[in-house]
Design a protein around this ligand. Structure first.
Ligand code: PLP
Length: 423
């Protein structure tokens, strides 16, 4: 079968003509889908926000209720966060121009790592420039040739890519299926270290991994555990330490990976764990050693976020309450949501048909509500991933639900209510 190709145009065409054989790119399913929806004028990605990053944003200049952000704690426009970032720029400048390993370490990074380890209840931590790099560096840095990594099939792309970068063998278990995980662990050869790795809160549907069972299986089959809690840290646990803390398993999980790009409203990634593991990664993780460190403003914002998680602890409860209210509102209108055993700020709304979802999404953005459209295979059925913030007001939630309902009826995503007969 011949593979579909995209013809190269623009300045690339001149290069292609010179090189000869590169005049086309292979069309991956993602590119194919993008081209298809672009032709229908339904492409939903890369819409610029022209204003503040908060519960309401300005998409292409138009005020829009933001239901598609990971700014769970609502800190991105917090005055103290902004001030901390501005102060750090004045003190240090705009960028570190080097990696942590060399000239790019600031006292701010050390302060952040110390406070973060304490917050997470671990001995130590090390920060990468993004969460993506935290997984790439940690997985490939901590495993060795001949090791085994056993990974949930719905783990984040950065975990999948971290496994690809590693010299260890990777086995994938069915999503959240502890029998399948055990089946794989049982069959592993004696040689090599074993690592189980899972998201703490799965990003698309917002469900928690069964961390207590994962830990139990790890104990039984002599494996170590890594949890990527990018979506759990901030609002879950005793004081925001995340899903591992929620299950009181911090002392039984070897490494917790996370990101500053969600609840922390900054950028950067981290891994926390025992001193020996962190020390090993500090001197071995290529994504850390060969990439510039977190800029001063972002490091200062992450430190301030840690302070605010504790000082403004009500935000943790508020974001979950907002998610519960919003879920109730949309379910009352007839939408089907994905249920969660332990509630998180993510409220996925099932649409079912992929094209219907893209059309609905387009109209929704026009009407002033932004959500994240998720086509399969990222979700079993096409869905809109909505995510709530601590700073959404009840008016935001009611207005968003009303717009979503109204547009859904127009787009035939929801049936129109039957008119009452007048006698
Ligand atoms: C589970 C998970 N891990 C890691 C990342 C990567 O984080 P970052 O945005 O900091 O690269 C994400 C981001 O979407 C994520 O959802």
């Amino acid at each position: 079968m011949t593979e579909a190709k995209t013809t190269v145009t623009g300045s690339n065409a001149a290069i292609a003509a010179r090189v000869g054989k590169f005049e086309t790119f292979p069309q991956t399913p993602r590119v194919k889908m993008a081209n298809f929806v672009k032709e229908l004028d339904l492409y939903p990605y890369f819409i610029p926000n022209t204003g503040k990053i908060g519960p309401r944003v300005h998409l292409n200049g138009k005020e829009t209720i933001m239901l598609g952000s990971n700014n769970y704690m609502g800190l991105a426009d917090h005055p103290e966060m902004i001030q901390a970032a501005v102060d750090a720029i004045h003190k240090y400048g705009t960028g570190c121009t080097g990696s942590r390993y060399l000239n790019g370490t600031l006292d701010l990074h050390l302060e952040l790592e110390e406070k973060l380890a304490k917050f997470m209840g671990k001995d130590g931590s090390i920060c990468y420039s993004t969460g993506m790099q935290a997984n790439l560096g940690t997985i490939s840095g901590i495993t060795q040739k001949g090791d085994w990594v056993v990974s949930d099939e719905k783990n984040h792309a950065s975990i999948i890519d971290g496994c690809k970068l590693s010299y260890a063998h990777t086995k994938v278990y069915k999503h959240d299926n502890m029998e399948d995980l055990e089946r794989i662990l049982k069959d592993l050869p004696e040689e090599g270290n074993r690592w189980i790795i899972s998201d703490g809160v799965f990003s698309m549907e917002g469900n928690l991994a069964q961390i207590p069972r994962i830990v139990e299986l790890a104990d039984h089959y002599d494996a170590r555990v890594i949890i990527d809690d990018a979506h759990g840290v901030g609002y879950l646990g005793n004081h925001g330490e995340g899903s591992v803390g929620h299950f009181k398993m911090m002392d039984r999980v070897d490494l917790v990976v996370g990101t500053f790009s969600k609840s922390f409203a900054s950028i950067g990634g981290f891994v926390t764990g025992n001193e020996d593991l962190i020390d090993h990664l500090s001197n071995h993780a290529r994504a850390l050693i060969y990439s510039a460190s977190i800029p001063p403003a972002s490091a200062a914002a992450a430190i301030k976020a840690l302070e605010l998680f504790e000082r403004e602890g009500d935000r943790r409860h508020q974001v979950l309450e907002n998610a519960a209210i919003f879920r109730q509102l949309v379910e009352k209108s007839g939408f089907t949501t994905v249920p969660q055993v332990i509630p998180t700020p993510v409220v996925p709304i099932i649409i079912g048909d992929t094209m219907k979802m893209f059309k609905y999404n387009k109209e929704l953005v026009k009407a002033g509500v932004y959500t994240n459209p998720v086509p399969p295979p990222a979700a079993p059925k096409a869905m809109l991933r909505t995510s709530l913030m601590a700073t959404h007001t009840i008016e935001d939630l009611e207005e968003a639900a009303a717009i979503m309902t109204d547009v859904a009826r127009r787009c035939r995503v929801l049936k129109r209510p039957k008119k009452k007969k007048t006698s």
